[in-house]
Design a protein around this ligand. Structure first.
Ligand SMILES: [Zn+2]
Ligand SMILES: [Zn+2]
Length: 347
């Protein structure tokens, strides 16, 4: 059996290093993808730290784009050579949720780089190809596409499907990392007025350059929600916790106007996973609360056509492009503040 190069860690917190791993086997109904680019994401860092348990040794990576290299029996829609990406939540392809296009909540879901080997590798297997693969037009390059799989797609679903943002409405974005800055760009493209909230002046500057109308430095106030309500004339129509913390989730809900919509896009992990949400306000102001867990493959074409039309430019959010041999160090460097912009590995 052949082998492929991949970034592997043997223990939580141990430096991930380039190694030879066994060639992935093409599953029935699935494909093997030759990875061309893969994003470095804080979710990978959480797994590496042991916050989100994985089987060791482990290959991280879940934001991938590449080319179909092998097609298993029973695949209907895909051929060798197709340019593709996949959502970070892959559905089983057989259950009622998958059949109705809601693979993001499939009870038998798999997540590359979490439930199995990920995309910090030359090749990886993806099952349920007809449910999970997303076709990439030639005009969308692999590095740009690698930034869609998790953060940008999550933000797109949060702002559009759940937030249903309209032109002229106020969108508050709490936490301006990868998901947050994506949400700012998407909100601006859809004609919303955006308030960006963060503790990092560089992140706020980035949000401003992407078209946010107002910036709130959360370190400079004890009442973020009140500041957001003032800036927006009574509260945001839609507000997103794009980072995932009890404080941000609560501030997001408190900063909404009546009938406003909170979307929890940031993952809440570990012992602080249950925010004390003000359900009294949810009732009296008739607020809507949504959880957003990635985006199913079915919903990608709407986003990809906005990218093709130039209305969305996710490539602008890519900070640095590195090689596979540098990917492990880039993951470990997330112990410190995230670098400006997304890091993408060219494989
Ligand atoms: Zn399923
Ligand atoms: Zn991610």
């Amino acid at each position: 059996m052949g082998s492929v190069k991949a970034v592997v860690y043997e223990e939580y917190g141990g430096m991930p290093a380039l190694a030879d791993v066994p060639e992935p086997q093409c599953p029935e109904g699935g494909v093997v993808i030759s990875v061309r680019a893969t994003g470095v994401c804080r979710s990978d860092w959480h797994a590496w730290k042991g916050h989100d348990p994985v089987v060791l040794p482990h290959v991280p990576g879940h934001e991938l784009a590449g080319v179909v290299g092998e097609v298993g029996p029973g695949v209907r829609d895909w051929q060798v050579g197709d340019r593709v990406t996949v959502p970070f939540v892959c559905g089983c392809g057989r259950c009622a949720w998958c059949e109705s296009g809601e693979a993001q909540v499939c009870p038998d879901q798999t997540q590359p780089g979490f439930t199995g080997p990920g995309s910090f590798a030359e090749r990886l297997a993806i099952h349920g190809a007809d449910t999970n693969l997303v076709r990439l037009p030639d005009s969308v390059d692999f590095v740009t596409a690698a930034s869609l799989g998790c953060r940008f797609a999550t933000a797109f679903r949060a702002v559009t499907t759940h937030g249903r943002i309209g032109a002229g409405e106020w969108l508050a974005v709490h936490g301006c990392g990868g998901v947050g800055l994506s949400a700012v760009m998407i909100g601006v493209a859809l004609g919303a007025r955006v308030v960006a909230v963060d503790v990092n002046p560089a992140a706020l500057e980035r949000a401003s350059s992407l078209g946010a109308s107002a910036m709130v430095d959360a370190r400079a106030t004890t009442g973020v929600a009140a500041v957001v309500r003032d800036l927006t004339g009574g509260g945001a129509h839609v507000s997103i916790d794009a980072y995932g913390s009890p404080e941000l989730a609560v501030a997001s809900v408190r900063g909404l106007r009546r009938r406003g919509r909170h979307v929890q896009a940031g993952l809440l992990l570990g012992p602080r996973s249950t925010p004390p949400l003000p359900m009294d306000l949810v009732v009296s102001r008739e607020l809507e609360i949504y959880g957003s867990h990635g985006m199913p493959a079915r919903d990608y074409p709407a986003m990809i056509s906005m990218i093709e039309a130039g209305a969305l430019r996710p490539g602008d959010l890519v900070g640095q492009v590195i090689g596979l041999e540098e990917a492990g160090a880039a993951l470990a460097a997330m112990d410190h503040l995230s670098p400006a912009g997304m890091t993408v590995v060219r494989v």
